[in-house]
Design a binder for this molecule. Sequence first.
Ligand SMILES: Cc1cc2nc3c(=O)[nH]c(=O)nc-3n(C[C@H](O)[C@H](O)[C@H](O)COP(=O)(O)OP(=O)(O)OC[C@H]3O[C@@H](n4cnc5c(N)ncnc54)[C@H](O)[C@@H]3O)c2cc1C
Length: 214
Amino acid sequence: MDATEVEVRAVRDVGPATVALELATPAGFDARPGQFVQVRGEVDGEAVTRHYTLSSPSAEETFEITVGVDPEGDLSPWLAERDPGDTVGVAGPYGDAYYEDEASVVVLAGGPGVGPAVGIGERAADDGSDVTVVYRDEEPAHEDRLRALEAEGATVVMTTEPLSDDDRVREVLSAADGQPFVYGFADFLADAEDALAAAGHDPDAAKAENFGPS
Ligand SMILES: Cc1cc2nc3c(=O)[nH]c(=O)nc-3n(C[C@H](O)[C@H](O)[C@H](O)COP(=O)(O)OP(=O)(O)OC[C@H]3O[C@@H](n4cnc5c(N)ncnc54)[C@H](O)[C@@H]3O)c2cc1C
């Protein structure tokens, strides 16, 4: 699919080295939280494309992506410097690992995987589903939205440790009964699959999206 130029409506700091971009939804674009788009920017005169996952509960009128900013990276620092009214190219949505109205969701997120965790959590909570979020990050982002989910009845565990080493994570995953979702870089996916297996879940049944190399 060709990229559509869409307007950046807002860029917000949502944690250390993490920004959320609110983008105008292109005509005919329908996406669910957990799906991803290809974003294209013109960086120093060259087109650069990377993938980013929806972090909003829906894509009506606008949708949101959450970007972990790698200061050495090509696209993420450029995205963090956008202003409202700028445009970026968007193609998609893509991906199979998205929320499909499950009655109970168990979302495991590492680093910028917190984006789909809050998007899915909010959509599922709105639908009256059971929501569990397990989030591993040295410097967490989207804490306000995670706390709001918790206040609505979701179970939210944040940890800086590998999930497999965290007793509270094991306790919560053992008690959780629902569709597992896993989002993050490759090292986190391996950790999350071990933690799911240790808590009695089938890791192969998880809807997982790998953000790339660890
Ligand atoms: C399906 C999918 C969904 C994703 N969703 C998200 C999301 O929601 N949020 C998010 O933040 N990210 C997401 N990602 C990751 C994202 O697409 C980018 O990979 C990430 O933002 C880094 O891009 P960048 O251009 O800033 O860095 P890059 O330019 O890709 O560089 C990344 C790092 O690699 C190093 N590097 C680059 N080239 C070399 C080289 N040749 N040798 C050695 N080191 C090198 C750089 O110095 C930098 O530290 C997703 C990825 C996929 C595949």
